[in-house]
Design a protein around this ligand. Sequence first.
Ligand code: PLP
Length: 395
Amino acid sequence: MGYLVEMGELFLAGNYRREPLAFVKGSGTRLFTEDGDEYLDFTAGIAVCNLGHSHPELIEVLKTQAQLVWHTSNLYYTAPQAKLAKKLVEQSFAERVFFANSGAEAIEASLKLARRWSYENFGSEKNQFVALKNSFHGRTLGALSVTGQPHYWEGFQPLIPGVIFVPPNDKKALKEVFNEKICAVILELIQGEGGVYLLEKDYVTLAKELCLKYNALLILDEIQTGIGRTGKLFAYEYWEVEPDIMCLAKALANGLPLSAMLAREDVMSALKPGTHASTFGGNPLACAVALKVLEIVAEPTFLKEVALKGKVLKEKLEDLKNKHPNLIKEVRGLGLLIGIEFYLDAKPIYEKFLKRKILTTMPKSNIIRLTPPLILNYREIDYFVNNFKEILKEI
Ligand SMILES: Cc1ncc(COP(=O)(O)O)c(C=O)c1O
């Protein structure tokens, strides 16, 4: 075991299940350990480093901004924050942007905005949320309260009241729980942490219709699916349903802490001075990098390539599923967010990938999730698939 792993084990909180690996350098799709071992990264820091590690253009932008200004507080405007807000508005349904630092914070902001908007327009009784079973929205108490996986709640209750959970894709259940007291519905179009499960188009359309009928807001959590991950800049473009509020984080600044809550003007106007804030939110360093990220990722040719690479990878995985119908139950996903569900415990398969120096994640005990950097090439796709082929033979 290396020195850094040992030090981490001694001094860091024990809240993560970490591998005994300490990375000291990254380049493109590769990560390098303190011992100089090279790993192929099919996690991208869990859908964060969409442009890979140490992207030269991002480094350049970061260096330039580091020499200008790091932090001013949100009592003032900064160039990177204003420009990034403009870019996000130009690229989406939204008209206004609030910046924070993490996914959970963007979710917190969206829950507060939904309640405040409802309070101002319809009074204090309209304060309930509809959320989905098996969802994941983060670990702060508010975000946890709309996360539909009770094992995450254990020992942290009471959570915030007024959240109703319904099963995903069950239109009848959604209709039944709706009433005038609902202020918002919060959805992930693809449940990433839940195991890469996609919502059906009809279901999301119905959620939007019910929101319109009952004056509720549709919050889309695109923290994992946004910024090109699915082959569109935002996944809602596939579903063709516009949210009222959207949360972004993860890949927005390719690994620098930054999140955003986007909304239309009529909704965001409920956040008046003093209603919500963040000291670090919209930090100039992170915003400068995010501006460059969007410039690169929003290019139609870049997004087309992501969709194509995702399609090629998924087809090759489906081929393997057909060859091993007793091992692989399903291959799901969109773009480069792919889940492979097994009939058995996936841990030995995950371990075998790790032994072959390929990093993956396991959102559930029988599911392996692939979220490689979007810049990976076709040789790397083949390399991954060939390794998987050999692993499946060993199982
Ligand atoms: C869909 C979704 N929402 C929210 C979060 C929470 O983000 P963070 O860990 O940055 O607070 C995550 C993190 O995995 C996520 O995947």
